[in-house]
Design a protein around this ligand. Structure first.
Ligand code: TXA
Ligand code: MG
Length: 337
C-alpha cells in the first residue's frame, strides 16, 4: 500500500473553515493543544469518534476528552458543580481536564460507557478557533499510536499517523507545555481525585479548592485493576521502541562511563569543562521544569529514531510543579508491558 501522509494546514481563516467542514462531515483532524497534539472528531458523532479509535489503535475502554471553546459551554455536555466552576474560572483555558457526570448527548463510545465525561477548554488559540468554527465540541485524545510517545509538533503527528484515515493536521507550532493536561475527577465534588498529573500542578488546584485532592497510587504500584479506575492510565504508556532506563540521579561523570551506543538524557546542561561524549543530551539549560516538560517527548522521539541500544534518563527529584507529571510519563515510558 502506498504511504499516505496527512497534509499540514496553518490556522488561517480559510484553512480553519476547510478543517471545520471536514469535521462536520465526520472526518478526523490533527489539532494543536498547548499540552500535546490531539486527534479530533465531532464529540457528538459516534461514527466520527470511532475513526479516532481506529486510527490510534486505541482500545474501546479508554475514554476521550471532550474539548470546548468556552467554559460556559460545559453545561452542554456535563453536569457541573461549584468546585468545577471555581477551577474552570481559575484555570480555563488551560491544561486541566475535569471528569463530571455526563449529559445524554455525549455518545457512550466517547466515555467508554461511563456515566462521566472528561472536559476541558484548551488554551491553544488555533485549537479554540477551530472548535468555534465547528460549533460543536471536539473529542480528542493525544495524536499518537496507542502506547507510543505523545506528539508535541505537527510533524510528529504526520510521521506517526501516516497510513491511517488521517488526512489533515492543523499546524499550530510546537506545544508550549509538552505534557498532557492534569485530569481531576470531580464526579463527587466532596472528594476530588487526581487521575493523571499533568500540565497544571496539584498545589495550584488545591489552593483554589482549599481542599486536599486524593492522589493515585504511584505509577510503579499501578496494577491493571487500578488502571481500570483511571482508564487509559496503564503502567506502560508513552513508550519509545528503544528500552528506557531511569536514574534518580545521574552525574555527568557517571554519564561519561555509559557505553557509546547508549544515549543519556540529563535534566540540565552539564557544566563540565571536559568535552562531552556525543551520546550525552539534556532537556534544559538550568533544570527548569517547564523546559524539561516542553522538550521531553520530542527528545525521546528524536533518540528513538536513532540506533541507540538504550535511552538512560535522569528523573527530576522534586515533588512540586510539573515534576510529578514528568516522573509519571518517564516511569510509564520505562515500564515493561
Ligand atoms: O492534554 C491533553 O489532555 C490531551 C490534549 C489533546 O487535550 N489529551 C489527552 O488525551 O491526553 P488522552 O486520550 O491521551 O488521555 C485522556 C485520558 C484517558 O486515557 C483517560 O485516562 C482519561 O483521560 N479519561 C477520559 N474520560 C474519562 C472519564 N470519563 N473518566 C475517567 N478518566 C477519563
Ligand atoms: Mg494519550
Amino acid at each position: 500500500m502506498p504511504k499516505t501522509k496527512p497534509a499540514l494546514f496553518r490556522p488561517t481563516p480559510a484553512n480553519l473553515t476547510r478543517l471545520a467542514n471536514q469535521l462536520r462531515r465526520g472526518g478526523i483532524v490533527g489539532v494543536p493543544a498547548e499540552t500535546v497534539y490531539g486527534l479530533a472528531a465531532n464529540a457528538l458523532d459516534a461514527t466520527a469518534c470511532a475513526r479516532i479509535f481506529k486510527a490510534k489503535g486505541r482500545p474501546a475502554n479508554d475514554p476521550l476528552i471532550v474539548h470546548l471553546a468556552h467554559a460556559a459551554d460545559i453545561g452542554n455536555v456535563a453536569i457541573t458543580n461549584s468546585a468545577a466552576g471555581k477551577l474552570a474560572e481559575a484555570f480555563w483555558p488551560g491544561p486541566l481536564t475535569l471528569v463530571l457526570p455526563k449529559k445524554p448527548c455525549v455518545p457512550d463510545l466517547v466515555t467508554s460507557g461511563r456515566n462521566t465525561v472528561a472536559v476541558r477548554v484548551p488554551a491553544h488559540p488555533g485549537f479554540r478557533r477551530l472548535i468555534k468554527a465547528c460549533g460543536f465540541p471536539l473529542a480528542a485524545p493525544s495524536a499518537n499510536p496507542f502506547g507510543y510517545i505523545s506528539p508535541t509538533c505537527a510533524v510528529h503527528v504526520r510521521d506517526s499517523l501516516c497510513n491511517t484515515e488521517l488526512r489533515a493536521i492543523l499546524d499550530g507550532g510546537d506545544c508550549t507545555i509538552g505534557v498532557e493536561s492534569t485530569i481531576l475527577d470531580l464526579s463527587d465534588p466532596n472528594h476530588p481525585r487526581l487521575l493523571r498529573p499533568g500540565g497544571l500542578s496539584l498545589e495550584k488546584i488545591e489552593a483554589v479548592l482549599q481542599q486536599k485532592v486524593i492522589k493515585p497510587k504511584t505509577s510503579a504500584k499501578l496494577t491493571l485493576n487500578s488502571a481500570a479506575l483511571a482508564p487509559g492510565m496503564l503502567p506502560q504508556h508513552y513508550s519509545p521502541h528503544t528500552p528506557v532506563r531511569l536514574h534518580p540521579t545521574l552525574s555527568p561523570k557517571r554519564a561519561q562511563q555509559i557505553p557509546a551506543n547508549e544515549a543519556i538524557v540529563l535534566l540540565c546542561r552539564p557544566r563540565e569543562k571536559t568535552p562531552l561524549k556525543p551520546n550525552i543530551f539534556w532537556l534544559s539549560e538550568a533544570g527548569q521544569l517547564a523546559s524539561i516538560a516542553r522538550n521531553l517527548f520530542s527528545k525521546l522521539r528524536e533518540l528513538d529514531k536513532g540506533t541507540w541500544l538504550k535511552i538512560h534518563v535522569e528523573l527530576p527529584s522534586s515533588n512540586e510543579g510539573l515534576a510529578p507529571a514528568i516522573r509519571d510519563r518517564l516511569t510509564r515510558a520505562a515500564a515493561k508491558g
